[in-house]
Every structure is written in structure tokens, then in C-alpha cells.
Design a protein. Structure first.
Lengths: 497, 480, 146
């Protein structure tokens, strides 16, 4: 009688289901724990937002940053409360070093190498062992390829103008100068007394002094882009150095009709009636020749060669870089161009083409180094208690055959040293040294003066220095950018190598 | 029956009668496990001392001793009472509580203070008082509760009391950080939603066990979906409304999520019908989506959850700091007392002792420690569900399952919040977070589970209602 | 790395190890419990072993397999016949309800005792508990495994 008992469906089975669901849920938690505590561990615990990093930064002296001649560019000073702050050697270097401020975070190399400078990062094994050591912090020193003297000279040469200078040793990618103006004094941001006022006024300044123009500024390239077109055209064998175009002389007078759109060029009195080959076209910076070469090469190869040079994505570098572009890629024609009109204009740097000064320095360096593009480097070694880690040269891309590179080299020499080229690049010539280069005047479509560009290298026979100079809205390339480049290359070649 | 007593033959030897009839029954498993707990906590205290003072010495040994004595007392009381209840629950919960004690002793003592006749108790001491009280409550309930009729019979009374409690909080509760969760009566303050979850489980156990036969029936058709008789879905709709009401009025997303998840799990356990769970979840998510559109604070929570790193120093600060803590801990942690650097004289994670204890433990004990703690919680769940699965009748089965879920789901919700698996909500981590309401209510849960696990409690009433339901169903079918 | 720090890390890792040692022991006891539960739905729900029987019927040491309802008493129709002067004809019934045993006194003259305590009407029974009917003492045991 009592044991008529519960013969209903027992609950055991559904409870087991509930248990399984909860077990899975807890498994997910363990997985999430693994994700944050192991996979993302290094990244998060070295982040400048990490309180342990912040706490350490107040008491542990940061590592030094030292230039190629051994000048120490950073100094640790103590404030009234005994907390440490950074002072830097001068405002000329601010865009490279950035700053490390408890209030405004980090920028520049101070951000990129924060973990190393703060003494947190090492190899994974050292990180694990750090827990067991009595002194957990091992601040490391950064040794730069940069020359403090060249950097100061570059900033001084730009003067009060807005612009950028990038100087690279084309043989190994060492960045010798990376100047952007206007600059700012990072020491005012890190000094506890001036920090807030300095940062806020810099942030609100319309001239954007906090913007590192050399790496993050994107500009219309104008004629300096013709070197990229030449690299693509010769590299893809779409044209040869001897290629001439029958329609070119007439087009210089009447304009070049591309799909109903007329591309015009200033008629050059000395060459206007002749068919120009590659070297002559480079010497006089003939827009028509390069527009036709761009069309001959095609959109897709042009973009492909540009990408090998570093276009299309951030350049692998110690500092953040903005990607340069040949076209904004919105079109459906090969390479992302809208149509041949855009392609023809892009071929001489006047369409939806935007470049960073660093990118253009790499273009010059590629030609200078026989077609092999070396990865640009600011930091050449990192030294700490455990020893020194070298960051050696590495090839970023093999872009051109040495033969093609030699032809472009010759053309760029002609553009600086040739009787006609000289007129476009006044002042770029380094006395006593064969100099190669290309100037550019980037029209901004009626919005003020054009940007003034120069890219080049020297000595042309065995280049040891490549340069890109940009001056915002300064007028013709010959007038502003070229002499700056010439003076800086001369200064570098004079100095001890 | 005195005659029978005289006729009775000699009985086996007994202990001296101190507390009436005492029939001690050894609980060896519990004793062995508690010994490991004591050893682990002593080692933990040594580790904590080393982290805080740099010397290998116990940190605050008096507090730890008091806690261990309380655990030993709980064990002895159950032995003397001769209870055959579960022997794993107390050690597991005891270890979680011990970890809580170590954590609260380690955090800055000023986070929570209690003035007591001239002397001021710090965070660790206050938590110790609550922990000992929790041990006493759990043990007492486990020993004293021999019958469940007081829960079974008055389920609607309990439900009414729970809702009254909620309404009282709506009306008289004090606002803390934009949430109206705390109810103060004189010097005592508590969070009624903590107690409400237990009351809810008791009500649901009563309702579901009584109506189980009908809920399993599928006589309402809604297109392709078969539903139980509609009147019996009314509580489901009511629960949905209450859960959303809590979100709107109390801004307590965590409690709402907890109530609804436990509710759906119990409905599934009782009926075995996944369709009810699916419908319930859809209703909940639809309601949540509506909330997110209507209320900016809900929307903000969800945005922070999706990417807290957008604003690591502003809205995303807490969760980002929590993730940083896990990251600093890595695999084996920094060691107790070595983590959580003070920045500018403050801890980097606000409300670490109530909302982020798992992050603090994740930093100091590492992933290895976190997984151990999650494992301990899962053991509590397993015990509760096992007690439910082997219970003598439906009411006890659903009650035990619900109690286990209340602890387990709450632990999951806050742990998931700390780990950015779910949006962060302000529920406590059971047995570990600082807080009297939380500890006492979870102690009640453990006490009831201990009582339910005891084979010796009063037998359930004979299930006389089966025939009645069957007849009623038959009549309804005939009418249809 | 100095000695003290090494010691501290030994202690720290020992703490973590103890957490897992504890978990392992818990899991072991849970598995034992689950195995026991898996055995339960076997043929027999338990057995009753005679510990003491002055009359010799049933004889001491004998073991009875139990059904869900097992009646005990002096009458021959009982599942377990207890030949004892103090036992009633229909003395008591053992029932298995849900997942536990209960003993119910059927209004016997001299009462039924569990561990020496008189059963008022119904009382729970655990494995290892002793039931006294008259002078006969029986112990409830788990069913033999297998």
C-alpha cells in the first residue's frame, strides 16, 4: 500500500542534463581564464595601463635611449615626492622618442618599447623567472641607428616650416634622421609641474605639433611618385628605358586625351617637340610620358609594385606608420582604380595617391640599394642585465633587378645633374659627389600652395644615404625641398662614417 | 508504551546521556577532508604572511584558528547528532570560506570596518564574524531540520513573503551606486535579493512538484509548438515579469539573470521539456533587448562588455583592471599578498572585495588557483544535484536541485563577469565575497542541502495526489 | 635568488598543490558514491542480517534479501517470520520509498526499536541501523555488490 510509491518519470535524467550544461559553462570559464591569464598575459601585463607597470614606472628608473654616437637622449630626474620623471635631450627628437608620462601615457619609442624600457619584458622564460628574482625589474637600454646631430640638423633645416625629413642608410635600413616639424618639447609633458598645461595646449594647437608627420602624415606625392611608376613599368617590362610615345610631343601642347579627359602638362621649351625616352622624361619630369607609362603598365602591376615598396599597409617599423596608397581602391578597374583617367593621373602622383615621407624615403632607398628594400630600423640593439640583443639588417622585399635599378639611378642622377634637370632641383646637388634625386610639386587642387617634395640619394655610384624631404605648401620642389636635401646629404657625407 | 520498554531486552552500550539520546556516528570522509582543508589554509596563511611581511610566518593566526575551530565544531556537532548527511559539502564550502578569509585578511582592512564598543574591526575580522556565523547556521540547519513540511506546505506564503520583501526594497531601500539593493532595518542592513533567491527556489519546488504531471502534459497547441495547459504557464510569465521588474527598478541585472536561469533550469528538470526553456529564453532575450533599447544604463553595460578597452580609464576601467589582474597572475600567480599593487594609495580594482574576488585570486593564485576554485564550486553543484537526483520525492529533488543551482549559477555569473564572458553584474561570489547577507543566505542553502541529503529525515508524505491529477486531466480531455 | 624567496615559493606552490590534493580526494569520494549509486538499482534493495535471536528461528547470522515491502512478524505469512515470544503476529513492515528505507510499526504489543529508540509509527532506517523486534536484533545492510 505504501509502496505504490512514485512511479512517475524520475527526475534523475533531467538533473544529469542540468549538470552537463553547468559543467560546460564552468569549462567555458576555465577557458576564458586561460585566455586572459596565459594567451593575453604578456600583452596585458606589459600594457602601460597595467597598474603594476604604472607603479613600477614611478620608482624604477626607465632604461636609456642612446643614439649611434653614444649620446644619451633620455634622463631620469626625481621630483619633490621622490617619483621619477623623464627629461629628453631636446625638442628635435620628441617625435621619435615620444614621452612617458604618468598622466598622459606613452608615445613614440617610449610607447613602442615601454615594456623593455620599464624593465618588464624579456623572453618568456625570463618573464616566468622574474617572479623568483629579488629585483623583478630589468630596464633595458635602446641603442638607435639615429644620429642626434643629423636629427638636429634636419629639424633646423626645416625651420619654422611644416614638413618632414627622413634619412636612411639604403644598404641596411638604418634610419639616421626622422624629423617632423613643428615639433614639441616632450620634456614639458613629462615634467610634473608643466605636464597638464603643456599637453593641453599642444593637443589643441591647430598646427598639430603632436603629429609625427614623417610616419603618420599622408601627402599628395606629385612628381616624386614617378619613381614608383618607373619601378613598376621597368620592373614589369611594360616599358624599357628606350620607350617613347608618338603622341607625347603633341600631347604636351594640346593635352593628352584619356577617355575624354584631357591631361595637360606645361610645354617644355627645350624638349617639347621631341619624343622623350625614360631618362629624358625623368630629367624634365614629363607628366605625359609617365601618364602613358602608367597606362602601359596597367593598374594592377602598378599597385603590386607599390605594395612591394610598402604601400597598402603600415610599414613594419619601430613606430606606428600610416599606410600609403596609390588609389583608394574604390574603383572596379584593375588595381582598384576607377578608370584610366585616375590611373594616368596616379602615374605622376596627382590622383587619389597619398604617401608618407617615410614611404618615399624607402622608394629612394630601394633604387639606391640596387632594387633591394631593407627594413627600416630605428633601434639596432637592446641591452640589459642579461646581455645585448642585436636587431640586424633584414630585407623587406626584393623589388627590382639591379639592371632596372641602375637605369632609374641614372635617370635620377640626370634629374639632379643634367642640364635641364638641374633647373628643377636647384640646390640638391652635393658638391663633389654624384647626386641622384627627383623633386616633386604636389598640387592640392587649388587649396593653397603645393607641397614641395624631394627624394634622392648619394653618392650615386655607391649610395650611403637616401633621403625624402617634404615641406607642406611651400611651392615648387626646386625652391624649398631640394636645397634642404642637398645640405643634409652633404652634411652627412662630410661627417665621420 | 511504557510496558514495551520494560519488556525490551538489553540495548547496546550507549554514551552517557548528556543531550538526550546521543548516537554518534563517525564521519570519516568529512574528517579527512577537513584535515586537508586545515592544512591547506595553514599553508595559505604562511604564504600570505610571506607576501605581506616578507617573513615566513602565519598572517593573523588568531582569525584562522577561530575559523578552523568553527569548522571542527561543525564536524563534531554532526558526528554527535549522528547525522548521515553529505560528508563532502562542509569541507568544500569550508575551504572556499577559508580562501575568503585569507583574501579579506590580505586586502586593505579599511575597505570595510565595524565599530564594536570602542574597538574597530577591519575587513578580515568582520568577514571572520560572518563566516563563523555562516558555519553555525549551516550546521544548525543541517542538524535541526528533520522535516520539510514547513517549506512544502506554505509555498504560496513564502512566495508572498518574497515579493513583499522585494517591494519593501523597492520602496524603502537605500540607493548605493545607482542600485537599490540594500534594505536597512535599524543598524542591520542586508540585500533582500540574496534571500529572495532561496524563497523563489522553495516556491518553485512546491509548485513544480505539485503540478509536474500537468506540466508534462502537452494539450495546448500553438502552431507547431505544444504547450502545457495555459493556466499553468502563468507562473512562468509572472517570473519573467519579476525578473524584468528587478532590472528596471533595482538595476540589478545579475539577480534577474540568476532568477531566470534557475527558474528555467528547474522547469526543465521537472518537466524534461526543452521547448519551455527555449520559449523562456526567447522571452528573456527579447525583454533584455527591449531593456537595452529603453534604458541607457543597460545599453552602457553591454557596450562596455563588448569592448572595455575602448575606454580603459573610464567606463571600462573595472573590467579592464580585472582582466589585467588575471594577466598579471598568469599561470601560477604572484603568490598570496604579492599582487594588486597600490597605485596612488588605492587598489586598482574598485569593489574588489565584493565584486572582483575572483580577479584578486586570479592574480595571486594564477590560472591554476582559479581553476581549483571553479572546481570547488562545481563540486558544490555536483553534490546538490546528486542530493536532488537521489531525493525521496519530487519536492525534495527539485528543492535540492534549485539550491545547488542558486549557488552554482550565481558563481558562474560573477566569475563570467570578471572574465568578460558575460556583461559585468554586481552579484557576489558565493562563500568568497565579503558580505553578511551573501554568506548567511548561502549558509542557509548549504544547511538545507545537508538536511535534504540526510537519509534519516522524516519520510515524505505519501504521494496521494497522483490519482487526483490523473482524473482531472481525463475530465479535461473528455470536455475538449 | 635567495633562500628565503625559494622557501616562499615552495610554500606558495604547496598551497596550490594542496588545493588540488583536496579536489582529488573529493573527486575520489564522489566517484565512490556514484559507483555505489550505480549498484543500487540491482535486484535486491538491501538485506537484513540477524545479529541475535535467542529462539534460533530465524537463526543468528542469517541474511534476508529485501523487497520494496517486507513484512515481519510471528505469523507464517510474513516475509520474515520471527519466532519470538515478544513479537506480534503482524509486527512491522520495512518499506523502500524513494531512495531510502523506512520501518513502520504495525501496532505491535511490545513495539519496534531502531538503535534502541522506540518507533512511534514510522521511522527512517539507514544502512547499519539496528532493528529490534522482541529479543531479535537485525541489522540493515547494503545489498551484496555484484
Amino acid at each position: 500500500m505504501l509502496a505504490t510509491s512514485t512511479r512517475r518519470r524520475p527526475l534523475g535524467r533531467t538533473i544529469v542534463h542540468v549538470a552537463i550544461v553547468l559543467a560546460l559553462a564552468f569549462g567555458v570559464l576555465a577557458g576564458a581564464g586561460g585566455y586572459w591569464a596565459v594567451i593575453r598575459s604578456t600583452e596585458l601585463s606589459h600594457s602601460p595601463y597595467d597598474p603594476a607597470v604604472i607603479a613600477a614606472s614611478r620608482t624604477v628608473p626607465r632604461g636609456a635611449i642612446i643614439d649611434r654616437e653614444g649620446n644619451v637622449l633620455t634622463h631620469n630626474e626625481e621630483d619633490a615626492n621622490g617619483e621619477l620623471y623623464r627629461r629628453y635631450s631636446g625638442p628635435e627628437i620628441s617625435h621619435v622618442l615620444g614621452y612617458a608620462s604618468p598622466r598622459y601615457g606613452r608615445a613614440g619609442l617610449e610607447l613602442a618599447y615601454d615594456a623593455e624600457l620599464a624593465g618588464l619584458a624579456g623572453d618568456p622564460l625570463a618573464d616566468a623567472l622574474r617572479k623568483f628574482g629579488t629585483d623583478p625589474y630589468d630596464p633595458k637600454d635602446l641603442h638607435l641607428a639615429m644620429s642626434w646631430d643629423m636629427q638636429r640638423a634636419a629639424v633646423r633645416a626645416l625651420g619654422r616650416r611644416r614638413g618632414a625629413v627622413v634619412m636612411i642608410d639604403p644598404r641596411n635600413g638604418e634610419v639616421l634622421a626622422l624629423a617632423s616639424t613643428p615639433t614639441y618639447d616632450a620634456s614639458t609633458i613629462t615634467h610634473p609641474d608643466t605636464s597638464q598645461a603643456a599637453f593641453e595646449s599642444l593637443r589643441d594647437d591647430a598646427a598639430e605639433p603632436l603629429l609625427p608627420r614623417a610616419t603618420l602624415g599622408r601627402y599628395v606625392p606629385g612628381s616624386v611618385f614617378k619613381i614608383v611608376t618607373a619601378i613598376a613599368g621597368l620592373g614589369s617590362d611594360a616599358v624599357t628605358p628606350d620607350t617613347t610615345y608618338a603622341e607625347q610631343p603633341r600631347a604636351e601642347r594640346d593635352g593628352l586625351l584619356v577617355e575624354g579627359f584631357r591631361i595637360r602638362d606645361g610645354h617644355h621649351p627645350a624638349t617639347g617637340n621631341r619624343r622623350l625616352d625614360f631618362i629624358e622624361a625623368t630629367e624634365v619630369s614629363c607628366n605625359i610620358w609617365f601618364a602613358l607609362t602608367g597606362l602601359e603598365t596597367g593598374g594592377e602591376p602598378l599597385v603590386r609594385y607599390a605594395e612591394q615598396l610598402g604601400f597598402g599597409s603600415p610599414i613594419p617599423f619601430d613606430l606606428p606608420t600610416a599606410p600609403s596608397q596609390v588609389t583608394n581602391g574604390s574603383g572596379s578597374a584593375p588595381g582598384g582604380f576607377v578608370d584610366d583617367v585616375e590611373l594616368a593621373n596616379a602615374a605622376y602622383g596627382q590622383a587619389e595617391t597619398f604617401v608618407t615621407p617615410l614611404q618615399m624615403a624607402l622608394v629612394a632607398a630601394t633604387v639606391a640599394n640596387g632594387g633591394e628594400l631593407m627594413t627600416p630600423r630605428l633601434v639596432t640593439s637592446i641591452s640589459g642585465r642579461a646581455g645585448t640583443r642585436q636587431i640586424g639588417p633584414s630585407t623587406l622585399a626584393r623589388v627590382l633587378d639591379p639592371d632596372d635599378a641602375a637605369v632609374i639611378n641614372r635617370a635620377m642622377v640626370q634629374a639632379v645633374e643634367g642640364p635641364l634637370g638641374r633647373q628643377f632641383t636647384t640646390g640638391a646637388r652635393v658638391p663633389g659627389v654624384t647626386t641622384a634625386g627627383k623633386s616633386g610639386t604636389a598640387e592640392l587642387g587649388g587649396q593653397g600652395e603645393p607641397h614641395s617634395w624631394f627624394i634622392g640619394f648619394a653618392p650615386a655610384e655607391a649610395p650611403t644615404i637616401a633621403i625624402a624631404v617634404l615641406v607642406e605648401q611651400a611651392g615648387r620642389g626646386a625652391e624649398v625641398a631640394s636645397p634642404i636635401a642637398g645640405d643634409l646629404m652633404a652634411l652627412y657625407l662630410e661627417g665621420p662614417q | 508504551m511504557t510496558g514495551a520498554r520494560q519488556a525490551r531486552p538489553a540495548q547496546p552500550a550507549q554514551l552517557p546521556r548528556i543531550l538526550g539520546n546521543i548516537h554518534p556516528r563517525p564521519r570519516w570522509t568529512e574528517a579527512r577532508l577537513l584535515a586537508i582543508v586545515a592544512l591547506a589554509l595553514v599553508v595559505g596563511s604562511l604564504s600570505l604572511g610571506a607576501g605581506l611581511t616578507g617573513r615566513l610566518a602565519l598572517h593573523a593566526p588568531a582569525g584562522l584558528a577561530i575559523y578552523l575551530v568553527a569548522l571542527a565544531g561543525a564536524h563534531l556537532a554532526q558526528v554527535l547528532a549522528g547525522r548521515r548527511s553529505d560528508e563532502v559539502l562542509l569541507p568544500v564550502v569550508g575551504l572556499l570560506g577559508g580562501i575568503s578569509l585569507l583574501l579579506m585578511q590580505r586586502l586593505p582592512q579599511g575597505l570595510q570596518t565595524l565599530d564594536l564598543g570602542g574597538s574597530t574591526l577591519g575587513l578580515g575580522d568582520v568577514q571572520l564574524v560572518w563566516l563563523v556565523l555562516a558555519v553555525v547556521i549551516a550546521t544548525t540547519l543541517g542538524i535541526v531540520v528533520r522535516s520539510d513540511s514547513w517549506l512544502r506546505r506554505y509555498k504560496y506564503t513564502w512566495a508572498a513573503a518574497g515579493i513583499a520583501l522585494l517591494l519593501l526594497t523597492f520602496v524603502f531601500g537605500s540607493d548605493i551606486a545607482g542600485q537599490r539593493l540594500t534594505l536597512r532595518i535599524g543598524p542591520l542592513g542586508g540585500q533582500p535579493s540574496e534571500l529572495l533567491k532561496v524563497i523563489l527556489v522553495v516556491f518553485l519546488a512546491g509548485y513544480l512538484s505539485e503540478n509536474r504531471p500537468l506540466l508534462i502534459e502537452q494539450d495546448t497547441r500553438l502552431g507547431p509548438i505544444r504547450l502545457p495547459p495555459l493556466p499553468y504557464l502563468a507562473p512562468m510569465v509572472a517570473m519573467w515579469a519579476i525578473a524584468l521588474g528587478i532590472v528596471v527598478v533595482q538595476r540589478d541585472l545579475g539577480a534577474a539573470l540568476l532568477f531566470f536561469a534557475v527558474f528555467l533550469a528547474l522547469v526543465y528538470a521537472a518537466t524534461g521539456r526543452i521547448s519551455l526553456v527555449v520559449i523562456g529564453s526567447i522571452l528573456f532575450f527579447a525583454g533584455s533587448a527591449l531593456m537595452a533599447n529603453l534604458f541607457p544604463h543597460v545599453r552602457a553595460r553591454i557596450d562596455i562588455w563588448i569592448d572595455p578597452f575602448v575606454d580603459p580609464l573610464g567606463t571600462g576601467y573595472q573590467i579592464v583592471q580585472s582582466l589585467h589582474a588575471f594577466a598579471r597572475g598568469g599561470l601560477i600567480g604572484t603568490g598570496l599578498g604579492e599582487g594588486l599593487p597600490m597605485v596612488g594609495g588605492r587598489l586598482p580594482i574598485p569593489e574588489v572585495h565584493t565584486d572582483f574576488p575572483l580577479a584578486a585570486l586570479g592574480e595571486e593564485l594564477g590560472l591554476v588557483g582559479v581553476i581549483a576554485i571553479l572546481g570547488l564550486f562545481f563540486v558544490v553543484i555536483e553534490r546538490g544535484l546528486r542530493i536532488g537526483a537521489s531525493a525521496a520525492d519530487d519536492f525534495r529533488a527539485i528543492l535540492a536541485t534549485g539550491l545547488a543551482l542558486v549557488v552554482g549559477v550565481q558563481a558562474f555569473i560573477i566569475a563570467a563577469g570578471n572574465l568578460k564572458v558575460l556583461p559585468l553584474t554586481g552579484v557576489t561570489l558565493p562563500f568568497i565575497s565579503y558580505g553578511g547577507s551573501s554568506l548567511v543566505v548561502n549558509a542557509i542553502v548549504v544547511g538545507l542541502l545537508l538536511a535534504l541529503s540526510d537519509r534519516g529525515v522524516e519520510p515524505p508524505p505519501p504521494p496521494t495526489d497522483v490519482r487526483r491529477w490523473r482524473d482531472r486531466l481525463r475530465r479535461r480531455r473528455r470536455a475538449a | 635568488m635567495d633562500g628565503l624567496l625559494l622557501m616562499v615559493w615552495v610554500v606558495r606552490l604547496l598551497f596550490l598543490a594542496l588545493l588540488y590534493f583536496f579536489l582529488a580526494r573529493v573527486v575520489r569520494s564522489l566517484l565512490r558514491d556514484l559507483r555505489a549509486a550505480a549498484r543500487e538499482p540491482g535486484a535486491s534493495l538491501g538485506r537484513l542480517i540477524v545479529i541475535e535471536s535467542p529462539s534460533g528461528d530465524p537463526e543468528a547470522g542469517r541474511s534476508f534479501d529485501l523487497d520494496a515491502i517486507t513484512t515481519l512478524g510471528r505469523d507464517v505469512n510474513n516475509a520474515i517470520v520471527i519466532e519470538d515470544p515478544f513479537a506480534s503476529a503482524e509486527h512491522a513492515v520495512l518499506t523502500y520509498r524513494g531512495r531510502s528505507w523506512y520501518v513502520e510499526d504495525l501496532g505491535s504489543t511490545n513495539g519496534t526499536f531502531v538503535n534502541g529508540r522506540a518507533v512511534a509509527s514510522i521511522a527512517p532506517l539507514g544502512f547499519g541501523d539496528e532493528v529490534s523486534i522482541g529479543q531479535v536484533r537485525l541489522r540493515l545492510e547494503r545489498a551484496r555488490s555484484g
